[in-house]
Write a protein that binds this ligand. Sequence first.
Ligand SMILES: [Zn+2]
Length: 306
Amino acid sequence: MIKGNSQNFEAFWVKYDNYKIFEYNNEFYIKPSDKSEDNVYNLFDVSSELLVDFFLIGKEVAENWDHRDIHCELKSKEKKYQDLVLEFVKKYGLLGEVTYMPINDNFISDNKVLLPGMNGKTESSLNEYLKIFFEYDKKIDFNKELSKDDIIYLFGKNGDGTATYLNRLNEYALTFSERYSEKISRILVYAKLMYDTFADMEKYFWEENENQKEIYAHFLKDFKPCNLAFEINYSEKAILRWNFTSLKQAIETMLGLNVTNDRKDVKICKRCYKPFIAKNLNSDYCSTTCRNVANVYKSRARSKEK
Ligand SMILES: [Zn+2]
């Protein structure tokens, strides 16, 4: 980490010690393994590594992008991408999409979910919404209204206790449950979106042509993390605790904090476009190899000009 870069931030998230990938209805999902244990950790202890690891998945997807596979369903069936996702999730936990998407925080007691739509809000019943994340579990019938017992079942043995421990709403018991699953293809699509966004942010600053700069700025306007909440804890020093709705929201916030910092921790290599943790302010390349190659090109360009 670059010196002088520390802010007193904390944000807690949950990861299990093991996860499994499984197929359901011809789609691949990831969830905690049976008998795995959950752990709580501070996202800001690992924020730079987390960003780099997630962007690396996105870069892999972006470089092999196929416009016919826009939702990454084909990629999600390939072992290469499944392994990338598994490795990331084992280190940092699932993305927490179930609590990321709703506009209404208390969607369990509301018994409906308000979602941001193309033209304003759209509404979904609770059972239809939770089906996205728990459908594989045949103990629950998602075609009818869910009972209190159904919800408690979905919390699993860990979800409720962890949500209480972290002082979060009941809804987080779903995110932290060992029964909670996410679609591999959706994680891949999101990783690509985040990598592309970060690459555009970097290119905006590299670009010298004003018209081109404007194009990047235009795309970057679409990047708007919402629903942020935080509190300040006073102990020996004041610590800002971010109450993220999800790992997704954490990633978006960390990306925002990174790009607006004069001492950017995470950068994209100017030669190979790989994300990396910068050792000092002036590092523009991920490795000595990339720096040397770039310097050779630069001096060739210079001698041509002469
Ligand atoms: Zn490089």
